[in-house]
Ligand binder design. Structure first.
Ligand code: OAD
Ligand code: ZN
Length: 312
């Protein structure tokens, strides 16, 4: 992407903020690190630097759908550490809420699964959770859906949560005299239930397992929620007048492609600790994002604190 000539300095960024009416804010894990939630790729502090003990060839495999189908316990061994629990938010989340209050927020596309935007008061209709969330979970076998917190207890205990709907079917079936779970025995006769229970020859019987409940976060190898493409391409692309990307390394497609998909004449600002080389932003504001957005607000004459609602 070629840079636009008119936008270079922090004061250009402030002017853009004041003048724009339909801002896309694209966020990543960097906006939550000041709350003690690790990002993924920061050296030494990122989640991926702490997963060596899992013995994966690439730590990103903890979020790989094929690995999950093979062995869900790998994901659930770390899931308890990334559960959204606390009702708090950072000044950067407060900044997104401020843009909403000023009627300037078109959409916050967040890659985060911590649900913290909601704590700051960003309305659900203004958020696209590009990588899903822990708000719900789905059975990998029968697609039964439950509210996310229904499995938080199991996740916190380090267990692999199982599907209650699958279990009900299996249990109901087990009560039938000629249950589905029983295969023909090797001599071609159906064994009766008593014999089945006593049998040590377990290989003769297919005892179905309930499916695993997978939180509805988007794993590598899975599609993003439909709303992502629908809203971006068919709605926001026409309306957007400023793009602000905050706290993401832009390493994961398709979110990483968003800046390139938007019209070329729309200015783009990048706020993060680490610069990215592959995308040409007009204005790079490198540093701690809470500090950067606070300074932007100060220069714009906006009272960021006033827009930050207390949390319980
Ligand atoms: P990354 O960890 O890849 O990038 C976070 C970026 O934020 C890095 O550039 C950091 O330097 C920067 N950063 C960290 N703390 C900051 C702070 N306080 N102020 C400013 N910048 C800060 O995280 P994401 O880009 O969000 O997906 O990762 C994208 C996706 O990769 C995640 O959604 C996740 C992961 O695999 C899935 O799990 C599907
Ligand atoms: Zn199920």
């Amino acid at each position: 992407r070629r840079k636009l000539p008119d936008y270079n300095t922090i004061d250009d960024a402030v002017r853009l903020l004041r003048e724009s009416k339909n801002i896309i804010v694209l966020t990543g894990a960097g906006i939550s690190t000041s709350l003690g939630i690790p990002d993924f790729r920061s050296k030494d502090t990122g989640l991926y630097s702490k997963l060596e003990h899992l013995g994966l060839s690439d730590p990103q495999e903890v979020f790989d759908i094929h690995v999950f189908r093979e062995d869900p316990s790998i994901f659930f061994s770390i899931a308890k550490d990334i559960l959204p629990t606390e009702k708090k938010y950072s000044p950067t989340h407060g900044f997104i809420k401020l843009l909403q209050d000023k009627g300037k927020l078109l959409t916050n596309y967040t890659q985060n699964i911590d649900n913290i935007e909601a704590n700051a008061g960003v309305l659900p209709e203004n958020i696209v959770q590009c990588h899903g969330s822990f708000a719900s979970a789905t059975c990998v076998k029968c697609e039964h859906k439950v509210s996310g917190d229904a499995i938080f207890g199991e996740i916190k205990a380090g267990n692999v949560p199982e599907c209650s709907a699958c279990r009900q079917i299996i249990e109901a079936d087990a009560l039938k005299p000629q249950g589905l779970k029983r295969k023909r025995s090797s001599n071609g006769c159906q064994k009766d239930r008593k014999e089945f229970e006593d049998s040590s020859d377990e290989e003769d019987y297919e005892i179905p397992n309930p499916g695993v409940m997978k939180p509805d976060i988007t794993f590598f190898g899975e599609d993003l929620p439909d709303e992502f493409g629908r809203r971006l391409i068919h709605h926001d692309r026409e309306l957007v007048d400023l793009v602000i990307v905050i706290g993401t390394s832009l390493k994961v497609a398709p979110v990483a492609e968003v800046p390139g998909i938007l019209p070329r004449d729309i200015p783009q600002i990048y706020i993060s600790r680490t610069p990215v080389s592959h995308t040409g932003f007009d204005i790079d504001l490198l540093g701690d994002c809470d500090v950067v957005v606070s300074e932007l607000c100060r220069r714009a004459g906006w009272d960021l604190k006033h827009h930050m609602i207390p949390v319980d």
